[in-house]
Design a protein around this ligand. Sequence first.
Ligand SMILES: C[S@@+](CC[C@H](N)C(=O)[O-])C[C@H]1O[C@@H](n2cnc3c(N)ncnc32)[C@H](O)[C@@H]1O
Length: 305
Amino acid sequence: MSRLMSRHVPRLLRSGRPSHGFSPSSRFISSSLSRAQQLPGEDARTTHFGFETVAEAQKEARVGAVFSSVASSYDTMNDLMSLGIHRLWKDYFVRSLNPGSRDSEAGWNILDVAGGTGDIAFRMLDHATNINGDVKTKVTVSDINPEMLAEGKKRSLATPYGNLDRLKFMEGNAESMPSLPSNSFDLYTVSFGIRNFTNKDAAIREAYRILKPGGVFAVLEFSHVDNALFNAFYKRWSFSAIPLIGQLVAGDRDSYQYLVESIERHPPQEEFKAMIQEAGFITPGKGFENLSGGIATIHRGVKPV
Ligand SMILES: C[S@@+](CC[C@H](N)C(=O)[O-])C[C@H]1O[C@@H](n2cnc3c(N)ncnc32)[C@H](O)[C@@H]1O
Protein backbone atom coordinates (compact mmCIF):
# COMPACT_ATOMS: atom_id res chain seq x y z
CA MET A 1 0.00 0.00 0.00
CA SER A 2 1.41 3.40 -0.94
CA ARG A 3 2.12 6.02 1.73
CA LEU A 4 -0.77 8.01 0.38
CA MET A 5 -3.13 5.06 0.60
CA SER A 6 -2.01 4.12 4.10
CA ARG A 7 -2.62 7.70 5.26
CA HIS A 8 -5.96 7.69 3.52
CA VAL A 9 -7.51 4.46 4.74
CA PRO A 10 -7.50 5.40 8.44
CA ARG A 11 -9.27 8.64 7.50
CA LEU A 12 -11.97 6.62 5.77
CA LEU A 13 -12.33 4.31 8.73
CA ARG A 14 -12.54 7.27 11.12
CA SER A 15 -15.33 8.71 9.01
CA GLY A 16 -17.25 5.43 9.30
CA ARG A 17 -16.80 4.49 5.65
CA PRO A 18 -15.83 0.96 4.63
CA SER A 19 -12.22 0.68 3.51
CA HIS A 20 -11.55 -0.03 -0.15
CA GLY A 21 -9.08 -2.87 -0.29
CA PHE A 22 -10.34 -3.79 -3.79
CA SER A 23 -10.38 -7.48 -2.95
CA PRO A 24 -12.97 -9.62 -4.72
CA SER A 25 -14.95 -9.70 -1.50
CA SER A 26 -15.04 -5.92 -1.24
CA ARG A 27 -16.23 -5.81 -4.85
CA PHE A 28 -18.98 -8.29 -3.91
CA ILE A 29 -20.03 -6.19 -0.94
CA SER A 30 -19.95 -3.07 -3.07
CA SER A 31 -22.06 -4.72 -5.77
CA SER A 32 -24.72 -6.00 -3.46
CA LEU A 33 -24.85 -2.71 -1.61
CA SER A 34 -25.25 -0.74 -4.76
CA ARG A 35 -28.45 -2.54 -5.71
CA ALA A 36 -30.08 -2.34 -2.35
CA GLN A 37 -28.36 0.97 -1.55
CA GLN A 38 -28.28 0.10 2.14
CA LEU A 39 -26.43 -2.03 4.67
CA PRO A 40 -28.28 -4.81 6.50
CA GLY A 41 -29.95 -3.40 9.59
CA GLU A 42 -29.78 0.18 8.37
CA ASP A 43 -32.79 2.38 8.17
CA ALA A 44 -34.51 1.82 4.79
CA ARG A 45 -34.34 5.55 4.09
CA THR A 46 -30.55 5.68 3.91
CA THR A 47 -28.43 5.60 0.80
CA HIS A 48 -24.77 5.99 -0.09
CA PHE A 49 -22.82 9.13 -0.72
CA GLY A 50 -19.60 7.66 -2.07
CA PHE A 51 -18.59 5.21 0.69
CA GLU A 52 -20.57 7.02 3.36
CA THR A 53 -24.06 5.98 4.38
CA VAL A 54 -26.29 9.02 4.60
CA ALA A 55 -29.98 9.74 5.01
CA GLU A 56 -31.69 9.83 1.61
CA ALA A 57 -32.77 13.38 2.28
CA GLN A 58 -29.12 14.47 2.69
CA LYS A 59 -27.72 12.94 -0.47
CA GLU A 60 -29.27 15.39 -2.92
CA ALA A 61 -27.85 18.39 -1.05
CA ARG A 62 -24.41 16.82 -0.76
CA VAL A 63 -24.28 15.88 -4.45
CA GLY A 64 -25.45 19.43 -5.16
CA ALA A 65 -22.54 20.82 -3.14
CA VAL A 66 -20.06 18.66 -5.10
CA PHE A 67 -21.27 19.92 -8.47
CA SER A 68 -21.62 23.53 -7.33
CA SER A 69 -18.01 23.25 -6.23
CA VAL A 70 -16.70 21.72 -9.48
CA ALA A 71 -18.96 23.64 -11.95
CA SER A 72 -16.33 26.22 -12.85
CA SER A 73 -13.55 23.64 -13.20
CA TYR A 74 -15.78 21.07 -14.83
CA ASP A 75 -13.59 20.26 -17.85
CA THR A 76 -10.55 19.86 -15.63
CA MET A 77 -12.55 17.51 -13.45
CA ASN A 78 -13.61 15.34 -16.37
CA ASP A 79 -10.14 15.36 -17.88
CA LEU A 80 -8.67 14.21 -14.57
CA MET A 81 -11.30 11.57 -13.98
CA SER A 82 -10.87 10.04 -17.45
CA LEU A 83 -7.36 11.13 -18.53
CA GLY A 84 -9.10 13.23 -21.18
CA ILE A 85 -10.80 10.24 -22.77
CA HIS A 86 -14.30 11.45 -21.78
CA ARG A 87 -14.29 13.62 -24.90
CA LEU A 88 -13.82 10.56 -27.13
CA TRP A 89 -16.43 8.58 -25.20
CA LYS A 90 -18.95 11.42 -25.57
CA ASP A 91 -18.19 11.72 -29.30
CA TYR A 92 -18.73 7.98 -29.70
CA PHE A 93 -21.89 7.98 -27.55
CA VAL A 94 -23.52 10.64 -29.70
CA ARG A 95 -22.31 9.12 -32.98
CA SER A 96 -23.70 5.73 -31.97
CA LEU A 97 -27.14 7.26 -31.31
CA ASN A 98 -27.09 9.07 -34.67
CA PRO A 99 -29.50 11.84 -33.58
CA GLY A 100 -31.59 13.63 -36.16
CA SER A 101 -33.48 12.52 -39.18
CA ARG A 102 -32.75 13.03 -42.87
CA ASP A 103 -36.39 12.91 -43.89
CA SER A 104 -38.62 13.77 -40.92
CA GLU A 105 -40.42 17.11 -40.95
CA ALA A 106 -40.26 17.42 -37.21
CA GLY A 107 -36.75 16.32 -36.21
CA TRP A 108 -36.07 14.53 -32.93
CA ASN A 109 -37.16 15.73 -29.53
CA ILE A 110 -34.23 14.93 -27.20
CA LEU A 111 -33.94 15.23 -23.44
CA ASP A 112 -30.42 15.29 -21.99
CA VAL A 113 -30.81 14.70 -18.26
CA ALA A 114 -28.10 15.77 -15.81
CA GLY A 115 -26.88 17.61 -18.87
CA GLY A 116 -24.80 20.03 -16.82
CA THR A 117 -22.59 22.11 -19.00
CA GLY A 118 -24.14 20.96 -22.29
CA ASP A 119 -21.40 18.58 -23.44
CA ILE A 120 -23.86 16.06 -24.86
CA ALA A 121 -26.50 18.54 -26.05
CA PHE A 122 -24.06 20.51 -28.22
CA ARG A 123 -22.73 17.30 -29.75
CA MET A 124 -26.31 16.08 -30.46
CA LEU A 125 -27.21 19.30 -32.25
CA ASP A 126 -23.93 19.30 -34.19
CA HIS A 127 -24.51 15.70 -35.28
CA ALA A 128 -28.15 16.24 -36.29
CA THR A 129 -27.24 19.40 -38.22
CA ASN A 130 -23.94 18.46 -39.82
CA ILE A 131 -24.32 14.71 -40.36
CA ASN A 132 -28.06 14.35 -40.93
CA GLY A 133 -28.79 17.81 -42.34
CA ASP A 134 -31.55 18.15 -39.75
CA VAL A 135 -32.08 21.66 -38.38
CA LYS A 136 -35.32 20.77 -36.59
CA THR A 137 -34.00 18.38 -33.94
CA LYS A 138 -34.08 20.05 -30.54
CA VAL A 139 -32.55 19.28 -27.16
CA THR A 140 -33.75 20.10 -23.66
CA VAL A 141 -30.93 20.06 -21.13
CA SER A 142 -32.21 19.26 -17.67
CA ASP A 143 -30.12 19.37 -14.49
CA ILE A 144 -30.79 19.67 -10.78
CA ASN A 145 -27.94 22.11 -10.25
CA PRO A 146 -28.41 25.78 -11.23
CA GLU A 147 -24.64 26.44 -11.24
CA MET A 148 -24.03 23.66 -13.76
CA LEU A 149 -26.91 24.94 -15.91
CA ALA A 150 -25.54 28.49 -15.75
CA GLU A 151 -22.18 27.20 -16.99
CA GLY A 152 -23.98 25.32 -19.80
CA LYS A 153 -25.97 28.42 -20.83
CA LYS A 154 -22.78 30.48 -20.85
CA ARG A 155 -21.04 27.90 -23.04
CA SER A 156 -24.02 27.65 -25.39
CA LEU A 157 -23.45 31.28 -26.41
CA ALA A 158 -20.21 30.18 -28.06
CA THR A 159 -22.12 27.59 -30.16
CA PRO A 160 -24.48 28.19 -33.10
CA TYR A 161 -27.40 27.14 -30.84
CA GLY A 162 -27.09 29.66 -28.00
CA ASN A 163 -30.01 31.81 -29.09
CA LEU A 164 -32.08 29.23 -30.96
CA ASP A 165 -35.20 27.52 -29.67
CA ARG A 166 -33.53 24.20 -30.61
CA LEU A 167 -31.77 24.34 -27.22
CA LYS A 168 -33.53 24.76 -23.88
CA PHE A 169 -32.29 24.53 -20.29
CA MET A 170 -34.48 23.40 -17.45
CA GLU A 171 -33.84 22.89 -13.75
CA GLY A 172 -35.20 19.61 -12.40
CA ASN A 173 -34.60 16.41 -10.50
CA ALA A 174 -34.39 13.41 -12.86
CA GLU A 175 -36.39 11.33 -10.40
CA SER A 176 -39.54 13.36 -11.00
CA MET A 177 -40.12 15.72 -13.92
CA PRO A 178 -43.88 16.39 -13.81
CA SER A 179 -43.61 19.35 -16.19
CA LEU A 180 -42.60 16.96 -19.01
CA PRO A 181 -45.54 15.18 -20.66
CA SER A 182 -45.65 11.39 -21.00
CA ASN A 183 -44.71 9.86 -24.38
CA SER A 184 -43.12 13.07 -25.63
CA PHE A 185 -39.38 12.44 -26.30
CA ASP A 186 -37.63 10.39 -28.99
CA LEU A 187 -34.36 10.09 -27.09
CA TYR A 188 -33.38 10.41 -23.42
CA THR A 189 -29.68 10.64 -22.65
CA VAL A 190 -27.87 10.78 -19.35
CA SER A 191 -24.10 11.04 -19.37
CA PHE A 192 -22.01 10.66 -16.21
CA GLY A 193 -25.04 11.70 -14.18
CA ILE A 194 -27.08 8.70 -13.08
CA ARG A 195 -24.60 7.36 -10.53
CA ASN A 196 -25.21 10.53 -8.52
CA PHE A 197 -28.98 10.07 -8.30
CA THR A 198 -30.45 9.10 -4.95
CA ASN A 199 -33.08 6.83 -6.50
CA LYS A 200 -31.88 5.50 -9.85
CA ASP A 201 -34.92 3.23 -10.27
CA ALA A 202 -37.27 6.22 -9.97
CA ALA A 203 -35.25 8.11 -12.60
CA ILE A 204 -35.34 5.15 -15.01
CA ARG A 205 -39.12 4.82 -14.55
CA GLU A 206 -39.47 8.55 -15.22
CA ALA A 207 -37.42 8.12 -18.41
CA TYR A 208 -39.78 5.35 -19.48
CA ARG A 209 -42.81 7.56 -18.84
CA ILE A 210 -41.64 10.53 -20.88
CA LEU A 211 -40.23 8.57 -23.85
CA LYS A 212 -42.48 7.88 -26.84
CA PRO A 213 -43.07 4.21 -27.70
CA GLY A 214 -39.97 3.25 -29.72
CA GLY A 215 -37.99 5.98 -27.93
CA VAL A 216 -34.46 5.25 -26.72
CA PHE A 217 -33.01 5.54 -23.22
CA ALA A 218 -29.21 5.86 -23.41
CA VAL A 219 -26.79 6.04 -20.51
CA LEU A 220 -23.07 6.81 -20.61
CA GLU A 221 -21.52 6.24 -17.20
CA PHE A 222 -18.33 5.23 -15.44
CA SER A 223 -18.59 1.52 -14.78
CA HIS A 224 -16.58 -1.53 -13.76
CA VAL A 225 -13.39 -2.72 -15.45
CA ASP A 226 -13.59 -6.35 -16.60
CA ASN A 227 -9.85 -7.26 -16.50
CA ALA A 228 -8.49 -8.00 -13.00
CA LEU A 229 -4.99 -6.68 -13.65
CA PHE A 230 -6.17 -3.52 -15.36
CA ASN A 231 -8.78 -3.09 -12.62
CA ALA A 232 -6.12 -3.20 -9.89
CA PHE A 233 -4.06 -0.56 -11.69
CA TYR A 234 -7.09 1.62 -12.43
CA LYS A 235 -8.36 1.49 -8.84
CA ARG A 236 -4.95 2.31 -7.45
CA TRP A 237 -4.64 5.25 -9.81
CA SER A 238 -8.14 6.59 -9.29
CA PHE A 239 -8.27 6.32 -5.50
CA SER A 240 -4.79 7.71 -4.92
CA ALA A 241 -4.19 10.15 -7.77
CA ILE A 242 -7.60 11.71 -8.47
CA PRO A 243 -8.34 13.15 -4.99
CA LEU A 244 -4.75 14.37 -4.75
CA ILE A 245 -4.89 16.05 -8.17
CA GLY A 246 -8.33 17.47 -7.25
CA GLN A 247 -6.73 19.03 -4.19
CA LEU A 248 -3.79 20.43 -6.13
CA VAL A 249 -5.68 21.64 -9.21
CA ALA A 250 -9.06 22.66 -7.82
CA GLY A 251 -8.28 22.94 -4.08
CA ASP A 252 -11.09 20.46 -3.49
CA ARG A 253 -10.04 17.00 -2.37
CA ASP A 254 -13.39 15.92 -0.92
CA SER A 255 -15.43 16.41 -4.11
CA TYR A 256 -12.95 14.32 -6.10
CA GLN A 257 -12.89 11.68 -3.37
CA TYR A 258 -16.69 11.47 -3.64
CA LEU A 259 -16.53 11.18 -7.42
CA VAL A 260 -14.22 8.13 -7.37
CA GLU A 261 -16.18 6.50 -4.56
CA SER A 262 -19.45 7.05 -6.43
CA ILE A 263 -18.03 5.11 -9.39
CA GLU A 264 -17.26 2.16 -7.10
CA ARG A 265 -20.83 2.26 -5.79
CA HIS A 266 -22.47 2.36 -9.22
CA PRO A 267 -24.12 -0.98 -10.09
CA PRO A 268 -22.05 -3.30 -12.31
CA GLN A 269 -23.02 -3.60 -15.97
CA GLU A 270 -25.37 -6.63 -15.77
CA GLU A 271 -27.07 -5.32 -12.66
CA PHE A 272 -27.68 -1.94 -14.22
CA LYS A 273 -29.04 -3.61 -17.35
CA ALA A 274 -31.52 -5.51 -15.15
CA MET A 275 -32.66 -2.21 -13.59
CA ILE A 276 -33.35 -0.84 -17.08
CA GLN A 277 -35.30 -3.97 -18.00
CA GLU A 278 -37.28 -3.81 -14.76
CA ALA A 279 -38.59 -0.38 -15.77
CA GLY A 280 -40.04 -1.97 -18.94
CA PHE A 281 -37.32 -1.26 -21.51
CA ILE A 282 -36.10 -3.79 -24.04
CA THR A 283 -32.29 -3.93 -24.01
CA PRO A 284 -31.14 -4.85 -27.52
CA GLY A 285 -28.24 -7.29 -27.99
CA LYS A 286 -25.97 -7.59 -24.98
CA GLY A 287 -27.67 -4.49 -23.52
CA PHE A 288 -24.48 -2.56 -22.93
CA GLU A 289 -21.18 -1.70 -24.52
CA ASN A 290 -17.98 -1.33 -22.54
CA LEU A 291 -15.64 1.51 -23.45
CA SER A 292 -11.94 1.39 -22.56
CA GLY A 293 -12.24 -2.03 -20.91
CA GLY A 294 -15.31 -1.03 -18.86
CA ILE A 295 -14.00 2.23 -17.35
CA ALA A 296 -17.13 3.62 -18.96
CA THR A 297 -20.17 1.83 -20.38
CA ILE A 298 -23.06 2.70 -22.67
CA HIS A 299 -26.40 1.11 -21.75
CA ARG A 300 -29.38 1.37 -24.09
CA GLY A 301 -33.05 0.55 -23.61
CA VAL A 302 -35.93 0.87 -26.06
CA LYS A 303 -39.50 1.57 -24.93
CA PRO A 304 -41.64 -1.09 -26.61
CA VAL A 305 -44.02 0.12 -29.33
C1 LIG B 1 -20.60 14.65 -13.84
S1 LIG B 1 -21.87 15.77 -14.26
C2 LIG B 1 -22.27 15.28 -15.91
C3 LIG B 1 -22.59 16.42 -16.82
C4 LIG B 1 -22.72 16.08 -18.30
N1 LIG B 1 -23.85 15.21 -18.54
C5 LIG B 1 -21.46 15.46 -18.86
O1 LIG B 1 -21.51 14.32 -19.34
O2 LIG B 1 -20.43 16.10 -18.85
C6 LIG B 1 -23.21 15.13 -13.32
C7 LIG B 1 -24.42 16.04 -13.36
O3 LIG B 1 -25.51 15.35 -12.74
C8 LIG B 1 -26.33 16.33 -12.13
N2 LIG B 1 -27.26 15.67 -11.21
C9 LIG B 1 -26.96 15.03 -10.06
N3 LIG B 1 -28.07 14.55 -9.48
C10 LIG B 1 -29.11 14.88 -10.30
C11 LIG B 1 -30.51 14.63 -10.27
N4 LIG B 1 -31.09 13.93 -9.26
N5 LIG B 1 -31.27 15.09 -11.28
C12 LIG B 1 -30.71 15.78 -12.32
N6 LIG B 1 -29.39 16.05 -12.40
C13 LIG B 1 -28.60 15.59 -11.40
C14 LIG B 1 -25.32 17.24 -11.48
O4 LIG B 1 -25.86 18.47 -11.10
C15 LIG B 1 -24.27 17.34 -12.57
O5 LIG B 1 -24.50 18.43 -13.42
